[in-house]
Design a protein around this ligand. Structure first.
Ligand code: ADP
Ligand code: MG
Length: 427
């Protein structure tokens, strides 16, 4: 009994030692673990710091980029457009914005994307700014438009929301216009003329397809004849792109009817014939230019479809598609040449006048300041009457280097829109 009693005490002391040992071991383990944890934390921090250092060396905009990323995380994004239903544009003026993807050159220059399109009506520009104490911050400008389409949208989608709904208008005997507005390199020509590299059709071609579809489906006895013209306005002169860039005169008769004297108007019978004309005109346009972005970005290019009922010389309906000159202010730079200054002031004047004319159309104002520029003079008919409709596609480049131009483009487009918005409320 005694023995067993002694055994129990011994085993009791042993187990108490063991307990103590366990506790010590546990503590040691815990210490070890927390040391390890600390080390991993430090290692992670070091990697992060190295990353930041590396980023700041080849990514001059990493701070801004981080702020934009954080801003985007808090946004609910839904940019899915429904392309199944038919779009009708009730108001005479529609303004859409299209953002193109970052270009290879922008990526090479480590430029970051500062434009966010959270849904199909809004666009946000994150303007990088600096406080007096040199801390960086972003100023977020939010704009609203009829449609905002992000870098994943195709020419066909942008067409669906802008020019396509106006086809009906033209066949109902109205005038329609579609403008591509924005800085050089923002995607105006890509949208209007299409892209040869991936053979994506542009709005010129997509319009042709729908126009001929309508002609073939035409159930009335009247036969509709389609013809086209293609010309360019550079400074104050008009050049015929379907006739070796012949310089043409603009005349205005007593009824204020404006005419371009001698402009080639080619009758077309199929989409293929339209494509040939576009190809010919584009060749004529860029012929002799030293670079694609020299003179060609400083002129307005106008492609027009005319609808006539057979045996009637009067124009029944007209669709004008305009690839506008780049809106950036070349004249502001100190080194701008005399020509550049002249070009820029001409472009500026015509774009301001265009805005006023579109606004007048929105107000159904009979005072139309169309004489302010050749562009608006040539398009005079398109800004009058109940049957005239206009859409503007404002193109924006997403890069941080284009921030000022992007804001300018959106502000201009907004002013066109603002008034139409007020009109909407009034009626
Ligand atoms: P703009 O006519 O406004 O000066 P461009 O249409 O010539 O500009 O476009 C400039 C460059 O960007 C071209 O190389 C063009 O292929 C490319 N680009 C424009 N828009 C897009 C787009 N939506 N997707 C892919 N590339 C585009
Ligand atoms: Mg262009």
């Amino acid at each position: 009994k005694g023995l067993s009693g002694a055994r129990t005490t011994r085993s009791a002391t042993e187990s108490s030692y063991k307990n103590k040992d366990n506790q010590v071991l546990k503590k040691i383990n815990q210490l070890e673990k927390s040391r390890l944890d600390r080390r991993t934390q430090q290692a992670i921090l070091k990697v992060k710091k190295d990353e930041i250092l590396k980023k700041s060396q080849n990514q001059p905009y990493w701070q801004i980029s981080k702020m934009i990323e954080e801003y985007r995380q808090d946004l609910s994004v839904n940019t899915k457009v429904s392309t199944s239903s038919e779009v009708t544009l009730e108001h005479p003026i529609t303004v859409a914005v299209r953002k193109r993807p970052l270009s290879d050159l922008e990526i090479q220059k480590n430029e970051i994307d500062i434009v966010t399109i959270p849904n199909t009506n809004q666009i946000i520009v994150h303007e990088p700014k600096q406080k007096v104490d040199l801390t960086k911050f972003i100023d977020n400008h939010i704009f609203k438009f009829d449609y905002t389409l992000d870098e994943n949208c195709s020419n066909e989608t942008i067409y669906k929301f802008t020019a396509q709904p106006l086809i009906k208008n033209v066949f109902d005997g109205g005038y329609a216009t579609c403008f591509a507005y924005g800085q050089t390199g923002s995607g105006k020509t890509y949208t209007m003329s299409g892209n040869e590299e991936n053979s994506e059709a542009g709005i010129y071609t997509l319009t042709a397809q729908d126009i001929f579809k309508n002609v073939y489906l035409n159930k009335t006895s009247r036969k509709i004849i389609i013809s086209c013209s293609f010309f360019e306005i550079y400074t104050k002169k008009v050049y015929d792109l379907l006739n070796h860039k012949t310089s043409l005169k603009i005349l205005e008769d007593a009824q204020q009817q404006v005419q371009i004297v001698g402009l080639t108007e080619q009758v077309v019978h199929s989409v293929e014939e339209v494509l040939e004309l576009i190809c010919e005109g584009n060749k004529t346009r860029t012929f002799g230019h030293t670079s694609a972005n020299s003179q060609s970005s400083r002129s307005h290019v106008i492609f027009q479809y005319y609808l006539r009922v057979e045996n009637n010389p009067d124009i029944y309906g007209k669709f004008s598609l305009i690839d506008l000159a780049g809106n950036e202010r070349g004249a502001d730079t100190f080194f701008a040449s005399k020509t550049t200054r002249f070009e820029s002031s001409e472009i500026n004047q015509s774009l301001l006048c265009l805005k006023e004319c579109i606004r007048a159309l929105g107000r159904k104002d009979c005072h139309l300041p169309f004489r302010g520029s050749k562009l608006t003079q040539v398009l005079r008919d398109s800004f009058i009457g109940n049957q005239s409709k206009t859409c503007m596609i404002a193109m924006v480049s997403p890069g941080i280097g284009s921030c000022d131009n992007t804001l300018n483009t959106l502000r201009y487009a907004n002013r066109v829109k603002e008034l139409s918005g007020k009109d909407k409320l009034a009626t």
